[in-house]
Design a protein around this ligand. Structure first.
Ligand code: NAI
Length: 716
């Protein structure tokens, strides 16, 4: 990167005779700026004055070949300091308000003088210098201002009530200057430093003191003052070679009345206290309009009897989130056509369309729409099951990293044993364009019998599968860590990770997220009928029927009806349909299947489940497999055609789909149907061999060694 320079810029740094200010002044000068080194040269507590401190820094700058002038005014006379810049250099571009003193006392001992001196130097001083520089900045349509706050102000610190108040006052001052200056290219930011200086020599522990060089902070301040930096109105903390933005956030909060005529009672506040103070879904608001806008919206909601105060949320995402999601629904670098979901520099880098279900879940979690769906009932989220999900992408898949989602209660049905709550969620890009519609149907166990309607019209209906054999079937074995990975995409319900919670909910172990099984199923549908082209996706509707255990194999049966692909997902090991009545709508079908799919993944093979079973057996007792040794290649055929390879590398206790790396000891070729009959014990291996149903090449003796192992373990 080219060196960031400040040639032709004039920088005023207050309190630049020592500590942080000195480091800023030296850095600016070394990068070409003309610097006004302001310092009153007084004591640490605001007593006395001297020209020595400023002169020493000016001399140092000049020795280094830079340009600087000293100014000995107090910041309280801010206009004089700015005048020094104009008198000597004819302009001013950068103002770093840094001068500071301390008058620490416990709160009760703070005198008026302690209060006034601190406020004068920090708050009033910054006001005076900035007010003097502001018209010049405005005229030249350029200015960079730094205010110096402190963690004492952000968090409080014993014995620094006067200082804390002034320092947080500077944050308020910067916030408004940032707004007023913005259109004139005047940016104002706050630095929160921690550095070794005379102000901190008796506060910071000696070890830490040595690591906290002002020179580690100066580049952060300098960057904020560079013309290329567009940051405005931010608080940046910096120390010891680290920097980070600090911000104020607001909790989702609680609505304390349910219609416009109601008052608010103290008891209601007490009842809602935990929600009021819960910041787990807190948001950063960008402006006072954002802050009051939410309040006005909630007032409108009250007037309309439609409370929508907390029913909006912003979903931010980046490439890493898209990739994590793809991994969480089983995309793999081993499937060449899926690398584009996992590698941001891939020339066809894409996002799986079901990723855009995540904003709907986020806004559902952060709102109380489900909780308050039945008047008079407070619905406990532990009783809520995800019943159905629909997502429709409107136009193209969103590429922007920020979506605003709004959710609305569509209907609440009384199903007797529970309530079915349908919520519509719409997500918009920053131009206000609708990019996707989600619909989530939750089933709340035990919340029925409240006198509501039994059937409704709002939920997008499920569709029965066609009455014929599937046109395609694809399997995917989930891993035991599938739920542990999927939860990182946002659904952190402990039911999916915590064995204790899973037990309380009545499961043997944590269950997989329904949306993970759905993501896997849709990915396989896209692989099969859209050539992995996620831009062909239009919509999916799914109903969750049974939970899936991480580690189980999901078999997705698919039926094509025009551009609609019906699908049904089964947990193979329990032969349990887990997603049913479901379909994917595509913009068009691209069914010319890539060759690797037809021969490996694309299948309707009964033998898959047997091999999955063998994998589990070998994992459970690798010693037994190793005692057989050898590498066996199974060629599985269907209708006389070779459709799949399986390798049993028993030497290394590994069983996997595909061919082995080296030459196998024994190769066995058998049809899918005959393999199943062998597994069920309905076909004798010797007879199969004699009749030519089982072809064995290579080490036949070794194959005999294999038979007892498979008989005991896999019922082969
Ligand atoms: P320092 O004491 O080394 O430097 C402050 C300079 O300001 C001194 O040279 C002093 O003569 C000058 N000054 C004081 N009153 C003045 C006035 N009325 N007019 C002009 N100059 C005046 O202190 P340090 O640590 O470099 O602090 C710089 C700024 O950073 C201060 O605003 C301080 O409150 C702030 N700060 C420092 C932290 C730290 O860890 N060092 C932590 C948080 C904030």
């Amino acid at each position: 990167m080219a060196e960031l320079r400040f040639d032709d810029r004039v920088a005023v740094v207050t309190g630049a005779g020592a500590g942080l200010g000195r480091a800023y002044a030296l850095l600016f000068a070394s990068r070409g700026a003309k610097v006004v080194v302001n310092d009153l040269g007084g004591g640490r507590h605001g007593d006395g004055s001297s020209s020595k401190a400023a002169d020493a820094v000016v001399e140092e700058i000049k020795r280094n070949g830079g340009i600087a002038v000293a100014d000995y005014n107090s910041v309280v006379d801010g206009e004089k300091i700015i005048q020094t810049a104009l008198n000597n250099f004819g302009r001013v571009d950068i103002l770093v308000n840094n001068a500071g003193i301390l008058r620490d006392r416990s709160f009760m001992k703070i005198s008026d003088q302690d209060w006034d001196l601190i406020h004068n130097v920090h708050l009033k001083g910054s006001f005076k210098t900035t007010q003097a520089a502001f018209p010049i900045f405005k005229k030249q349509k350029y200015g960079r201002i730094i205010m110096t706050a402190s963690n004492s102000g952000l968090y409080g610190n014993f014995g620094q009530a006067n200082y804390s108040a002034a320092k947080l006052g500077l944050v308020g001052l910067a916030n408004t200057i940032a707004i007023e200056g913005n259109k004139s290219n005047i940016f104002c930011n706050v630095i929160v430093p921690t550095a070794a200086s005379r102000l901190t020599e008796d506060i910071l522990p000696p070890d830490l003191f040595a690591q906290l060089k002002p020179e580690f902070i100066a580049p952060v301040v300098a960057y904020l003052c560079h013309e290329s930096c567009q940051e405005n109105g931010s608080i940046i903390e910096a120390a010891a070679g680290w920097a980070g933005r600090c911000t104020i956030v607001r909790a989702n909060g609680a609505l304390l009345r349910s219609n416009i005529e109601d008052g608010v009672s103290i008891e209601n506040v007490k009842t809602n206290w935990e929600t009021i103070r819960d910041i787990s879904n807190a948001k950063r608001l960008d402006s006072i309009q954002d802050a009051t806008g939410a309040l006005i919206a909630s007032l409108e909601g009250l007037k309309n009897g439609n409370i929508e105060s907390d029913n909006e949320d912003v979903f931010n995402f980046c490439n890493k989130d898209k990739i994590l999601y793809a991994l969480a629904v089983g995309a793999s670098v081993e499937t060449p056509n899926e690398l584009k979901y996992l590698y941001e520099y891939h020339d066809q880098f894409s996002v799986l369309p079901t990723f855009f279900i995540l904003p709907s879940i986020q806004v559902l979690f952060s709102s109380s729409i489900v909780k308050n769906a039945i008047p008079g009932k407070d619905i406990g989220l532990e009783n809520v099951l995800h019943g159905e999900q629909y997502i429709e992408i409107v136009g193209d898949l969103p590429t922007e990293g920020k979506l605003l989602s709004k959710c609305k209660l569509a209907e609440v049905l009384d199903k007797g044993s529970g309530a079915a709550i349908t919520v519509d969620i719409e997500s918009y890009d920053s131009n206000g364009n609708l990019v996707c519609r989600n619909q989530c149907v939750s089933f709340v166990v035990g919340a029925g019998k409240f006198g509501g309607p039994r059937t409704g019209t709002k939920a997008v209906p499920c569709q029965p599968k066609p009455n014929r054999n599937p046109d395609a079937t694809v399997s995917h074995k989930t891993t035991v860590d599938q739920a542990a990975i999927y939860r990182l995409t946002g659904d952190i319900n402990p039911l999916h990770i915590d064995p204790e919670i899973a037990k309380i909910a009545g499961y043997d172990k944590p269950i997989l997220h329904g949306l993970c099984s759905l993501g896997i199923s849709v990915r396989l549908v896209l692989a099969t009928f859209a050539s992995h082209d996620s831009s062909l996706f239009k919509a999916v509707k799914a109903r969750f029927l049974k939970p899936v255990m991480p580690g189980e194999t999901l078999k997705v049966d698919m039926w094509r009806e025009g551009n609609r692909i019906h699908f049904e997902t089964t947990a193979v090991e329990r032969n349990q349909v887990v997603i049913g009545g479901s379909y994917v709508d595509l913009k068009s079908v691209k069914a010319s299947l890539p060759s690797n799919l037809t021969t490996t993944t694309m299948s309707n093979l009964k033998s898959d489940a047997i091999f999955e079973f063998i994998i589990d057996q070998v994992k459970a007792d690798p010693g037994k497999a190793k005692s057989v040794g050898g590498t066996f290649l199974y060629n599985i055929t269907k209708d006389g055609k070779q459709v799949k390879h399986w390798t049993m590398d028993l030497k290394n206790a590994k069983v996997y789909e595909g061919k082995p790396e080296g030459k196998p000891n024994t190769t066995l070729t058998i049809s899918d149907e005959d393999f199943m009959l062998l597994a069920e014990g309905k076909l004798n291996p010797q007879q199969a061999f004699m009749k030519g149903k089982l072809k064995i090449t290579g080490n036949i003796m070794m194959a005999q060694k294999l038979a007892p192992l498979l008989k005991t373990n896999a019922k082969l």
